[in-house]
Design a protein around this ligand. Sequence first.
Ligand SMILES: Cc1cc2nc3c(=O)[nH]c(=O)nc-3n(C[C@H](O)[C@H](O)[C@H](O)COP(=O)(O)OP(=O)(O)OC[C@H]3O[C@@H](n4cnc5c(N)ncnc54)[C@H](O)[C@@H]3O)c2cc1C
Length: 456
Amino acid sequence: MTFDDLAQDARVTIRHGGTPAAEGRCVVYWMQRAQRAVDNPALDTAIEAANILGKPVVVFFALVSYPNANWRHYHFMVEALADTAARLAKRNVGFVLRRHPDSNLAAFCEEARASLVVGDENPLREPERWRQELARKLHVPFWTVDADVIVPSKLLVKEQFAARTIRSRIHALLPKFFAPGAEPKPRVVWKAPRGLRSLSTTDDLLDGFPLDRSTQPVAALRGGTDKALKALRQFITQRLVSYAAQRNEPALAGTSQLSPYLHFGHIGPRTVALAVRDAGAPAADRDAFLEQMIVRRELAVNFVRYNPRYDSIGSAEPWALRTLREHAPDPRPYVYTERQLENARTHDPLWNAAQRQMVLAGWMHGYVRMYWAKKILEWSPSAEAAFDIAVRLNDRYELDGRDPNGYAGIAWAVAGKHDRAWGPVRPIYGMVRYMSFASTSRKFDSKAYIAQIGAL
Ligand SMILES: Cc1cc2nc3c(=O)[nH]c(=O)nc-3n(C[C@H](O)[C@H](O)[C@H](O)COP(=O)(O)OP(=O)(O)OC[C@H]3O[C@@H](n4cnc5c(N)ncnc54)[C@H](O)[C@@H]3O)c2cc1C
């Protein structure tokens, strides 16, 4: 394969073109979203490019401030770094770890004399802005690789209306992308130039780092590729076999709980989906899981990539905005402040349990997430306020928060995104799908769930 062939790969986006600097000493992979050393198409592209150029690869990872991230999130992220560094070393790839204020990537590229910079992609506003800014600063080519989806999101071209419209497009593209990655090895081993600064993964990386410490780390979920692969193995051997029937039973915790690992890129979606596809479980269970893992997850990425208002009510379809506006003046029997919601002080034991699970465990069961966000719509002064409160709580407490899935899930619950209009018309909700305590409790054993969370 030539350098130009690699640049044409469907996963690659050229942010800053040109030919790699001949006098350069290495290819830099800027690891941001795909925080892993295995099944990482961005890392693989950097290695393939480096092999063509006859240079080594070094990964640059920097701890910087990230909107709405707090101690809980940084702790989970930092916990993963020793594992990632060890796996990179095994692949003969260098690892340079820095933290703000010594975190300037353009300056590092000058220092390391990069020939080419490869980054991963993240459709969220802020990290996309970082990429655009870097493209303006760099004097060498800069490519990004869509490493955390199975089908590259640019191939979906525009915002898709619903799962039913994206599903056939994704399935048509899957044969090309749904296969194990090549996992190439660098031909030239990285040797750190003398004096190149890097922190060690054994340093206390958060000591003195300016971050919001109001939200504690959670003990039950530990970051890292090793932990993610273990969780995947446990899910496949113990729970996949009943996923279709039991995934909506919060007390049984029948789902994979992989969302924090997928969010931080500690595991790739392709690794998860291939393992499930090839598992011995019944087809109904594997298909139900792959629908969530591929179609729903990539619909969320599509939403955030193509809808600039993804984290506000403004992202809704015109029918939903109309019906919510018509019902804005409806009487609201319960209105809670954000503080009351945050402290799980509502009249509804199921909702309070869901909120407590999120605050204490850093993760909430998927079926309960729907109910949780719908009730915020019902109990807030307006749909706009409900959307904003749900985003703030979700992003603050969920380990998997600040993710396309979260914005899409909240938009679905509060603003009918990816859904259709439902009758009968209800107060406050209008034609946005309604969920009640009674109907939700008929779907699963809510008493068992409330008791389980009460014991946390
Ligand atoms: C209001 C609301 C808020 C949500 N917030 C988040 C969030 O902040 N972060 C997050 O990752 N997910 C969020 N989701 C989506 C979903 O609920 C979680 O991804 C899922 O419950 C995570 O648990 P799991 O890994 O055990 O899922 P599993 O059922 O084991 O599914 C495996 C993976 O498939 C993907 N997936 C599953 N359900 C969905 C879905 N409905 N939409 C998109 N992808 C899905 C996730 O990546 C998940 O890890 C939200 C959903 C709603 C309705």
